[in-house]
Write a protein that binds this ligand. Structure first.
Ligand SMILES: Cc1cc2nc3c(=O)[nH]c(=O)nc-3n(C[C@H](O)[C@H](O)[C@H](O)COP(=O)(O)OP(=O)(O)OC[C@H]3O[C@@H](n4cnc5c(N)ncnc54)[C@H](O)[C@@H]3O)c2cc1C
Length: 510
C-alpha cells in the first residue's frame, strides 16, 4: 500500500487520564495491555493503593505553616497570595498549571485546555497584577452546520441557519423564552431543572446545539445540564446587547499559570515540588500530616493548615476525617473526560472568528490560538494553530487509556474538520493531543446550589479550594476565587481564629 501523506503527520500525545490517585479503580483495573502507552502517568503509586498496600507513613521530615496540594491555577494562586508565608506547594505532574496549561509550537503558544478568561474577573485581575496584558476577543461565535458558516449564531445568524424555516423559527422562539426567564431574574431557582425540560417541545436541532455547547463549556449534554448554568451563559451569547467580555492570549489561561509559575519560581522555587503525588492528608490535634510520593520515595511533612486545591473527587479519597455526608457530596460531583486537540497548519486555514461551533461532529468547537494577537503590529505567524475541543461521555473515558484510542479520536477530529467546508480539506503538519481523564466538573442539576456548598466545607485545619468549590461551571476565575478565599482563611487560621470564625470572616457559607 502506498503510504498517504496522513501517515506522516506527527502525532504527539501528552497529559494524564488519572487526575490523581487513588482514583477511578475501574480504569486501573483494566488489563495491562490497555494501560497507557504515553507520557504523563504516575501509575506505580496508584497501583499500590489499588492493591491495598498499606503505606508506612515516614516520620515527619519538615514543618510548614501551610501546605498547598495541587498546582493548577487555584493552588498556584494560593501560593502567590501566601508568598510571604512559610508554604509548600505540591503537584503530581512534572509541570504546573493543571487544566490551564500552555504549550508552544516553534514559539507560537496554544492552549491545551482552558482558553479564555473574562475582563474584570478575579483571574483577570490577578493576571494584570502579575504583569500580563490579556487582550479582548471581541468576536461573536459563529456556527458551521450543513456546510454553511453562520456568523453570530444567536443574533443575526438566526435568520441564516441552514435549517428549514420551522427550525429557524424554533431557535428564535427558544431564544425569546430563555431571555424572558433571564429578565425575570432569580436564576438560581432553576438550578435543579435539567435543560431537557425546556427543550422537549423543540426540534432536535436545538438539543443538538446544546449537546455541543454544553459539553464544551461545562462537560454536560442537555440531559445533565442545570438550567441555571445554561441561562447564565445564554445571557452572554444571545442577550440583546452583544457584549463580549472574553479576554485571552495565545495559550489561553495557561498564559496566566505560566506567568504565575515564573513569578513564584524566581524567588520561591524551593517551596514548590512538582512530581509529588499526595497520598494522605491526616488532620492531627494541632497540625495536619501530609504524605506524598516523589521519585519513588514517601515523605511526610506537617502543616498548621492545608489548602486542598485538587478536585473534590481526589480530596475525598485523600483527606481523612471527613463526614460521610461531605464525602458523599464530594464524590457526587461528576467530571467529564476531556481531550483537547491542536492541529498545526503551515499555511493559513481559518481566521474568521475566535470560537466556532460545529454541531454533529466529533469535536464541539474550535478556536484560533493567536486570535487576540493576530493584528498586532509586526506579528507574522508562521503557523495557523487551531484548538479543537473534544469532550467525551463519561463512559468513553477509557478510550483515552491507549495510544490507539487517542489516535482514533484525533483522526476523527481531522476527518470531520476537513469535511466542514471545502477550504478545510488540508492536512496539518502536526497533531497535538492533550488528554485529561477528569478535568472538568459537570454543571449537573443541583450541583451549584446543593452539592458544591456541602462539598467545600472546611475541615478544621483543611480548606478546600479548586474551581469545583465555586461554579456554577468550571472556570479559571472560580479557581482563583477559591484560592483567594482559601488564602484569607489560612491567614486568619494561622492568626489563631477557629475554622468557623475564619470562614465567616471571609463571607463563606460553611
Ligand atoms: C478542555 C477544557 C477547557 C476549558 N476552557 C475554559 C475556558 O475557556 N475558560 C475558563 O475559565 N475555564 C475553562 N476550563 C476550566 C478551567 O480550566 C478550570 O476550571 C481550572 O483550570 C481549574 O483549575 P484548578 O486549579 O481549580 O484545578 P486543576 O487545574 O484541576 O488543578 C488541580 C491540580 O492538582 C493536581 N493533583 C491532583 N491530584 C493530586 C495529588 N494527589 N497530588 C498532587 N497534585 C494533585 C493536578 O495534577 C492539577 O494540576 C476548561 C477546562 C478544560 C478541561
Amino acid at each position: 500500500m502506498t503510504p498517504t501523506r496522513r501517515d506522516f503527520i506527527k502525532f504527539v500525545v501528552a497529559g494524564s487520564i488519572a487526575a490523581g490517585c487513588p482514583i477511578d479503580l475501574s480504569l486501573l483495573a483494566s488489563p495491562p495491555d490497555a494501560e497507557p502507552q504515553v507520557d504523563g502517568e504516575h501509575y506505580e503509586i496508584c497501583h499500590k493503593l489499588r492493591d491495598g498496600q498499606i503505606f508506612a507513613h515516614p516520620a515527619i521530615s519538615k514543618r510548614y505553616d501551610v501546605v498547598i496540594v495541587g498546582g493548577g491555577i487555584s493552588g498556584l494562586t494560593a501560593a502567590y497570595l501566601l508568598r510571604t508565608t512559610d508554604f509548600l506547594l505540591l503537584e503530581k505532574e512534572e509541570h504546573w498549571g493543571g487544566n490551564a496549561y500552555r504549550e508552544e509550537f516553534q514559539g507560537q503558544g496554544f492552549a491545551t485546555g482552558s482558553a479564555y478568561d473574562f475582563a474584570g474577573s478575579d483571574s483577570a485581575k490577578l493576571a494584570e497584577e502579575i504583569g500580563l496584558k490579556q487582550l479582548p476577543v471581541n468576536s461573536p461565535d459563529p456556527t458551521i452546520v450543513n456546510g454553511k458558516w453562520v456568523g453570530d449564531t444567536w443574533r443575526s445568524g438566526l435568520d441564516e441557519l441552514p435549517y428549514p424555516q420551522s427550525v429557524r423559527d424554533a431557535f428564535k422562539k427558544f431564544r425569546a423564552q430563555m431571555l424572558k426567564l433571564i429578565a425575570a431574574g432569580n436564576l438560581e431557582q432553576f438550578d435543579n431543572d435539567p435543560l431537557t425540560k425546556y427543550l422537549q417541545d423543540y426540534p432536535p436541532e436545538l438539543t443538538q446545539w446544546w449537546d455541543t455547547y454544553g459539553p464544551s463549556n461545562w462537560g454536560a449534554k442537555a440531559k445533565d445540564t442545570s438550567v441555571y448554568v445554561a441561562l447564565i451563559d445564554f445571557a452572554e451569547i444571545a442577550g440583546e446587547k452583544a457584549d463580549d467580555s472574553r479576554v485571552t492570549l495565545p495559550g489561553g489561561n495557561g498564559a496566566i499559570t505560566q506567568k504565575l509559575t515564573e513569578v513564584l519560581l524566581a524567588k520561591l522555587g524551593e517551596r514548590m515540588l512538582a512530581g509529588a503525588t499526595i497520598v494522605a492528608v491526616e488532620p492531627q490535634k494541632d497540625s495536619v500530616n501530609v504524605t506524598y510520593a516523589r521519585g519513588g520515595q514517601l515523605e511526610t511533612v506537617a502543616a498548621k493548615a492545608v489548602i486542598m486545591a485538587t478536585p473534590k473527587m481526589i480530596a475525598s479519597r485523600i483527606v481523612s476525617g471527613l463526614s460521610d455526608d461531605q464525602i458523599d457530596a464530594m464524590q457526587s460531583i461528576r467530571y467529564a473526560p476531556y481531550p483537547v486537540i491542536n492541529l498545526i497548519f503551515d499555511k493559513p486555514i481559518y481566521r474568521r472568528a475566535y470560537d466556532t461551533w460545529c454541531p454533529g461532529n466529533s469535536f464541539t468547537d474550535f478556536i484560533v490560538a493567536d486570535w487576540t494577537v493576530r493584528n498586532q503590529p509586526g506579528y507574522k505567524p508562521k503557523y495557523n494553530i487551531l484548538t479543537f475541543y473534544t469532550p467525551l461521555d463519561e463512559k468513553d473515558r477509557k478510550k483515552l487509556l491507549t495510544i490507539e484510542g487517542c489516535q482514533k479520536i484525533a483522526a476523527n477530529v481531522l476527518q470531520d474538520f476537513k469535511k466542514l467546508l471545502p477550504e478545510f480539506n488540508v492536512d496539518p503538519i502536526e497533531i497535538h493531543m492533550y488528554r485529561r481523564g477528569h478535568p472538568m466538573f459537570m454543571a449537573t442539576p443541583g450541583n451549584y446550589t446543593k452539592t458544591i456548598p456541602a462539598a467545600r466545607k472546611p475541615l478544621d485545619r483543611v480548606y478546600f479550594a479548586n474551581a469545583d468549590s465555586e461554579g456554577p461551571e468550571s472556570l479559571a476565575m472560580g479557581g482563583v476565587l477559591a484560592a483567594r478565599k482559601g488564602a484569607d482563611w489560612v491567614t486568619k487560621r494561622l492568626a489563631g481564629s477557629s475554622a468557623v470564625r475564619a470562614a465567616s470572616a471571609v463571607g463563606l457559607n460553611v
